[in-house]
Design a protein around this ligand. Sequence first.
Ligand code: TXA
Ligand code: MG
Length: 325
Amino acid sequence: MTAGTGDIEKAAGVLRAGGLVALPTETVYGLGADAENPAAVARVFQVKGRPPSHPLIVHIGGAERLGDWVEEVPETARLLAERFWPGPLTLVLRRGPRVPLETTGGLETVAVRVPGHPVALALLAAFGGGVAAPSANRFGSVSPTTADHVRAELGDAVDFVLDGGACGVGVESTIVDATGDVPSILRPGGVTREDLEAALGRPLAVPSTSRVRVPGQHPSHYAPRARVVLVEPGKVVAEAELAQELGHQVGVFLPPSFADAEVKAHAVVEVPASLDAYARELYGFLRELDQRGCDLIIASLPVEEGLGLAIANRLRRAAGPRPSD
Ligand code: TXA
Ligand code: MG
């Protein structure tokens, strides 16, 4: 299952030739291209169906190389990189000359991270350069957490798929803007706000609306085909049964405190009590309910602490704008 040395060499060759490689990371699978090759990067946008103004994350092999990709490494960024890399943290910094504007969507900043997955690190070591990689899904849809998800969604559009098993974290990296004196969280993710604040010794701002210019924050991102409706945990069962009676094929995210409830619905997934496990399973659950033919998914938000912040963010985005927004 997991990629061997021959596969890593082959994947590095594909990147050098300007091709696309799907690679496992600890968060989700990425659709990778040579970050310094504008034509290869253009293919990433094309395959994803993503507008070219939406910047990509550059994956690098080690924190010590950060200076090669950015104009300067401010103290805060150095501290965060040392503490959290390899791992699910992305730092936005001023772009170095090595990074083409195609990769940054025309921005003078660049997002960089060192992924914490052995297969990704082996690929980055063999390739030597930076790998620009968005999540390996079509624009707006659910991110892939297994190689099979990638194959099912992108098929032949990818030149090579490296299989590294199921992703351990399951939600994308936390993106921190570290360009200014006061860092801020642009997207909650696998590194918790609490851990960042402990490392920095200061509180961090987390923008909660779609005003932020981050595509992952736009309405109806991370979305399955089924419509997602969020309700209070205590109303999940009743709302699901009502919608099912009204003729919907309802998929239910059953909150942990209702785990033994009998629900008259089309499909039920039991939300794990542990937030780590929930984050790991979240995208798989959304895909599963789509596959089982649900047209409506009823879910509730977890407490927005620790990984619950990222899970709630993804569920809100999957649900899209409310009528009043
Ligand atoms: O965990 C992850 O971050 C995964 C894995 C593959 O590394 N990647 C990922 O990439 O989630 P993507 O393209 O799906 O989301 C990247 C996010 C986008 O919302 C993009 O707008 C933001 O990063 N981003 C990239 N460069 C940026 C920049 N210079 N300033 C602000 N946001 C940026
Ligand atoms: Mg994405």
